[in-house]
Design a protein around this ligand. Structure first.
Ligand code: URA
Length: 236
């Protein structure tokens, strides 16, 4: 059970203050009756309406975060700031966790969710959900590296699946992976004698990072975006 104001605000359309104002104005009903108590406990199964329009309560919450540098993608850390600290209060929930990891110095698209099934779908190697990264390296990229990535690089913990490296300029490229091992891209380039100097995740599945999100900002994703996240193609 959860407070009515918290549940409504967690749906992402309104802030907690806006929700309180609606409730105080008598515009919110629970099971057909006006509810003026923001602290009213609800399970989310009730029929809740605002101005007579039923609100479909989403039981799970999935956020798209533009991860900045300097944050670790763990739920808790004794030393470093975590990506969960970037989540504004209205979206904070028990059980929210990062679906997949990015290194502390990696930036870009992160998904935070309390939906374990969704996280499994996008992360399980068998699902082949592609993750795309823009990478900057210290030495020139070569066609030989493109071939090595495509053939599958041997890391200490086993062979990588074939990956795609597209060269954009001498020092920048796009890498598409269908798996996500520890420091994978850095280690793959390390095998080619090159160091990664910047790494930014552009997309997961067919879902690209919303460019309107500044580093450190997040927002709930829509149902359509959730469907894109599960797709095996990369965004156009
Ligand atoms: N590969 C890496 O080396 N680091 C990341 O953060 C993601 C992929």
């Amino acid at each position: 059970m959860e407070r009515l104001d918290k549940l409504l605000a967690s749906q992402g359309m309104l802030s907690r203050r806006e929700v309180r104002e609606l409730i105080a104005a008598g515009r919110v009903t629970v099971e057909g009756g006006v509810e003026k108590r923001p602290e009213r406990k609800v399970s989310g199964q009730e029929t809740i309406a605002v101005d007579g329009l039923p609100v479909t309560v989403q039981k799970t919450l999935t956020l798209m975060l533009h991860k900045p540098r300097g944050y670790v993608s763990a739920a808790r850390d004794a030393r470093d700031k975590t990506v969960l600290e970037l989540v504004p209060p209205q979206y904070r929930r028990k059980g929210l966790f990062p679906a997949g990891r990015l290194d502390k110095d990696t930036t870009g698209l992160m998904i935070l969710t309390d939906d374990g099934a969704l996280a499994h779908e996008i992360l399980a190697p068998k699902r082949h959900v592609p993750k795309r990264y823009r990478v900057t390296v210290d030495l020139p990229l070569t066609e030989e590296m493109v071939t090595r990535f495509a053939e599958g690089i041997a890391l200490k913990d086993g062979m990588c699946r074939p990956a795609r490296l597209e060269i954009l300029s001498e020092h920048t490229g796009i890498v598409t992976l269908q798996e996500g091992r520890y420091h994978q891209i850095k280690r793959m380039f390390g095998c080619c004698g090159v160091a990664v100097t910047a790494l930014h995740r552009l997309s997961m599945g067919a879902l690209a990072l919303d460019e309107a999100l500044a580093p450190g900002e997040c927002r709930p994703i829509t149902a359509e975006e959730q469907a894109l996240l599960r797709q095996q193609r990369v965004p156009e």
